[in-house]
Ligand binder design. Sequence first.
Ligand code: FPP
Length: 259
Amino acid sequence: MWRKWLGTAKQDSVNLSLVEQVKQKPMPQHIAIIMDGNGRWAKKRGMMRSFGHRAGADRLRSIVRTAAELGVSVLTTYAFSTENWKRPAQEVDFLMKLFWEYLDNNIEEMHQNQVKVRFIGKTEELSPALYEKMMAAEKKTANNTGLVLNLAVNYGGRAEIVSAVQKIAQEVKEGTLSVEDITEEALSDRMYTAGLPDPDLLIRPSGDLRISNFLLWQLAYAEFWFTGINWPDFTSEVLLEAILEYQKRDRRFGGLKNK
Ligand code: FPP
């Protein structure tokens, strides 16, 4: 159980029989989420987009806790893509402040609950102060043994593949890797997610049916689950619903049906 609830935000109440049902079958080890629909959620309520992002951060906090309690091993969430810089400077600035605030408000609680926080993406291109704060959060939680939380910030799936290929080319050039050793595993080992299992389940709220340059390499055999609910309305019960649906899927990984 989650040890301590430090903040004031209320945790989702979940239907316990739904939890029991989900626990009957294997849990997805790795869940990836594209946290979409914050802007639309705010617009519907006549509010500024920033309200939606703040509400989205609140959801993330609850979903992290629920995923940890369910025994999910890895949760990877898309917070800011390499393409999001095209948004108005005011929105970008707000998001950067929100990431800062999120760490301020949640790192202690996550640490106490054994969450290992990691940032994936070109975080070194963010402001030096934010980058340092992110690295400090990673360092603080590095030895934790519970949920691995990957926060994708300034992340692009193609850029990640390019960077893995560059590392491999460099190693071949230096003579530490032979061409025959360039395998799928070798590439996986040079991704931000090296050492982690690939996502079993990708969730995208808010109705768009695309993956938007997220984990292109890692999602090869993931099950996709889409919902029209916007991210700020994404409760722990919706997460349970997605997992239940995932548990009904017949995953064949290119092999034959075994049912
Ligand atoms: C996409 O919704 C959402 C984002 C670009 C930002 C996601 C950020 C959070 C949920 C904040 C919490 C994250 C962390 C790491 C603290 P959108 O703005 O594209 O919504 P729209 O498609 O409805 O316009």
